[in-house]
Structures are given as C-alpha cells and as structure tokens.
Design a protein around this ligand. Structure first.
Ligand code: PLP
Length: 461
C-alpha cells in the first residue's frame, strides 16, 4: 500500500501558515518574521525549480551556491536509497564505513599537495569551526598558547557557529549575537571596486598586502595563529581580490608561521572549474581547506576539513596527550558520503569541471556587458560561474533609497520572467548549477537585461 499517496496533503494556505507560525528560517528578521512569506518550491529538474504556484524558474543561486550537478538526478536518489538500506549510520568514534573511507581517499586525491587528512563535518560552519579549533590545538600542543589570533577579512563569511561567526566580517556590528572578538583581527575590505579613485589595481593589491603586514607588525606574529580567507568572498558579494593578492598573503603567512586556512565552501567542487581553487586558480597551497556545499551538490548535508600532512605531524604527540577532541555524531555519515561519491562520479563522467571552464568565459562576458550597458549597475563582477551585480551608489532617485532595494527589486522582476536571483542589499548574486548550458546562460542574462531595463525606467521615472 502506498501510504504517502493516500495521506491528504495540507492545502497551500495551511502550509504557508505552518511555515510562518513555526519555522524560524536562517537570518530571519525578528521584527517581521511572522509576516514573511517564503517561496515554497515543490519540484526541480536540471537548472529549474517549480514553486507552489506552478511557476518555472531558473535557479540562479543554484540552491545556495551548491547544486553543482543540477536537480532530479535519479542515480543520486538511488545511491542515497541504497546506502540508507545497507548501512544508514555508523558512529565515527568507533566505526567507519565504506563510503566514508572511499570519500576521504577521493578528497585527498583531489586536494592540493600534502592535504591528505580529511575530518568530516556536517556542513561549512562546522568545517570552519574545526579548522579554528585545530589552530588552537596545534599551538597549545607546541607550547605557544598566545599564538591564537585569527586574521580574517571584512566582508568575509564563514558560517554560523560561535567561532565561524566570530571570524565572519559581514555586518557583524548589526548583530545582537556575541562573538569571540578577542580572538579575531579583521583586515579591511579587499574589494577592488571600492578602491579610492585614481588607485591602480596594482597599487590596491600592494595596499591590501600592506594591511596584512601592518597587522602582523602590530599584533606580533607570535600572537597570530592563522589567516582565514575565501578565495573569492562570495556571500560578501562575489568579491574577487586583486591578482597576486592570494600568493603574496600566503607567502607572508609562510614567512611568519601563520597557518593559511582556505575556506573553499563555495569555490570547492567545481565552481571555478577545478575541484579546488586554491592551487589550480590562485597558486597557493594552504595548510587547511574547508569544503561543503558542492561536495554533495546539496543532495545531503556534508562538510569536510582537509589538513596537510605537515600540520598533522606538528599536531601529533605522546599517546593520550594529543587527542583531537572534535567531531560530530554525523561526521562521515555513510549516506552523505555515498551522495558525495556519486556526485564526484557524475562530475567526472560528464566532465563538469571542463564544462565550467568552457562556458565560464561566455558567462563572464555577458556579465561584464551588463556593467557596460546599464548605468544603474556600478559593478558587474565574478569568476567562473559566480556573478554579482552591484548597484551604482550615486543614483539620484529618492524612491529607491535605492541601493538597499536593488537586489530585491531585480530579483522580483526577474522572477516574473522565470529567473530567481539572490538579493543581497544593493547587490544581486548568482551561481547557477554547473551543468548550465551556453543557451541557458544566454536565457539567464537576457532576463537580467530585461530586468535591468525595467529597473532603469523605474529609477528614471
Ligand atoms: C565561504 C563559506 N564558508 C562557510 C559557510 C557556512 O557553511 P554552512 O552554511 O554549510 O554551515 C558558507 C555558507 O554560505 C560559506 O559561503
């Protein structure tokens, strides 16, 4: 008997009410959370989702920067079901499973250099948290209890646990949460778009490297444990630091024995056309890499911290004195690991990394054209299959108070035409599933052009 089919589904109105009355969403505004109505998505296929009103939309954000292989993959559902039937859970404290062992190996093979050691987590925040705890662990082990400050960056986003949110440099002053602020030092905004007028990109890069040098001089290398950096600051608005910045800051870290943590939660697993961007795109070999999201293409939750052999050797110590007391009930969850293995298999079989490298130049060309064509766009930036439109700050029209509404308004008008974007204040960001074709990229940008036409008329009207 098919019980699911016989259970009457609640009406749309009821579901909306249940969600409003009981579901506290991430980043809910406490003033208005009971009046917010979230779009309810019912089905999805490829790069499209269908909402409860039957509208078909291109998923511009790709879930939340994560649906690399696209939706509706029957073989993925099957792999998940098979693993759930065979062995749904194994305590990572005392047991292991075939998917966890295989996946650890596959990640190590794809990570740069000697990053061979994989600690599984439940997502990105817990991977970052683990990295920061590993820094503390290492320096306590080495008898350097003061070497704990984390250099992080304004506009960086690293997650929602206590430590990960503490090193997050986004709008932190607006939050009512506490932070481990004594452990963090923020380096100023690296966004080339916000450099002072007349400053060249090269001079901006020098200034950003100098920000780090000055922080090290001021705080003392003996007090700094690590630098944490996203290769591209994605949630901060797809900020691509100036060329050479990564290499030079990494070299500074090496020189001062400051661990380099590359947060590849978004850039990992194909977003820039490589398994990991740190070495292949930016020429650096971090001490630790965090990943999540694209690791399973969002089909199930999973994250990982990858640690170099060098750091592992330094963390080692006499039996019983160096126990890495960190881990989660769902670390290395067999079903999540099976999903990640299937994800890697599909990405490899369909050469999705190569596909991203082939279509990304077209994506970026169409993106740049939006910046050149529409006056209301101050900056159109991105890399790989990552894009952001930032509103011009000096727009005159009062009705738009403006910029704060730009992302939401552009998303609204694009949704009417079949494209969902991710609004973020004066910006709209997008990172579609990696399987997106050249024609679908054109469709996406045609809609954005039509949307910007409408916004231009509104701004001028
Ligand atoms: C760079 C980066 N790090 C960490 C996180 C946190 O990941 P999660 O939401 O899976 O905990 C995110 C989430 O967007 C992210 O973009």
């Amino acid at each position: 008997m098919n019980r699911i089919a016989k259970t009457p589904r609640p009406s749309d109105a009821k579901l909306t009410a249940y969600d409003r009355d009981h579901h506290l969403h991430p980043w809910a505004d406490m003033e208005g959370w009971r009046s917010d109505e979230y779009m309810r998505v019912n089905t999805a296929e490829g790069i499209h989702v269908w909402d409860s009103k039957g509208r078909k939309l291109i998923d511009g954000p790709g879930g939340m920067w994560c649906v690399q292989i696209g939706y509706g993959r029957a073989e993925m559902a099957q792999a998940i079901a098979e693993q759930a039937m065979r062995m749904p859970y194994a305590s990572p404290w005392s047991l292991t499973s075939e998917p966890a062992a295989l996946l650890a190996r596959q990640i190590a093979e794809r990570a740069p250099g000697d990053l061979n050691n994989v600690h599984f987590t439940t997502g990105g925040s817990t991977a970052v948290d683990t990295a920061l705890r590993a820094v503390q662990f290492l320096n306590n082990r080495l008898g350097r209890p003061d070497k704990k400050i984390i250099l992080a960056r304004e506009k960086g986003y690293h997650g929602s646990t206590y430590l990960a949110s503490s090193v997050t440099g986004k709008e932190r002053f607006k939050t009512k949460f506490d932070n481990a602020s004594e452990l963090v030092h923020f380096l100023p905004d690296v966004n080339p778009y916000h450099r002072p007028a007349g400053t060249s990109i090269e001079a901006w890069c020098d200034a950003k490297v100098a920000d780090m040098e000055n922080a090290i001089a001021e705080l003392g290398a003996g007090n700094i444990g690590a630098f944490i950096a996203e290769p591209i600051l994605c949630s901060g608005g797809v900020i691509v630091p100036p060329e050479g910045y990564h290499r030079r800051t990494w070299e500074l870290c090496r020189k001062h024995d400051i661990l380099y943590i590359s947060d590849e939660v978004v850039t990992g697993f194909g977003r820039l056309g490589h398994w990991f961007a740190s070495q292949d795109v930016f020429g650096i070999k971090p001490d630790m890499i965090t990943c999540a999201k694209g690791l399973t293409s969002g089909y199930l939750p999973l994250g990982a911290l990858i640690i170099s052999d060098e750091v592992m050797e330094r963390m080692a110590g006499p039996a019983g004195e160096a126990v890495f007391y960190n881990g989660y009930t769902y670390s290395g969850h067999p079903v999540s690991c099976a999903a990640a293995l299937k994800n890697i298999e599909i990405m490899e079989r369909e050469d999705i990394l190569g596909h991203v490298r082939r279509v990304a130049p077209h994506f970026q060309t169409r993106l740049k054209k939006l910046g050149e064509t529409y006056d209301i766009v101050g900056d159109a930036r991105g890399m790989g299959l990552l894009g952001c439109l930032e509103c011009r700050p000096e727009l005159p029209n009062e009705t738009y108070k403006a910029h704060a509404r730009f992302g939401a308004r552009l998303d609204e008008v694009c949704e009417e035409m079949g494209l969902m974007l991710r609004p973020y204040g004066n910006m709209a960001v997008f990172s579609p599933p990696l399987i997106i074709t050249k024609d679908e990229i054109d469709e996406m940008f045609d809609i954005m052009e039509a949307g910007l036409e409408r916004l231009t008329a509104e701004y001028n009207g």
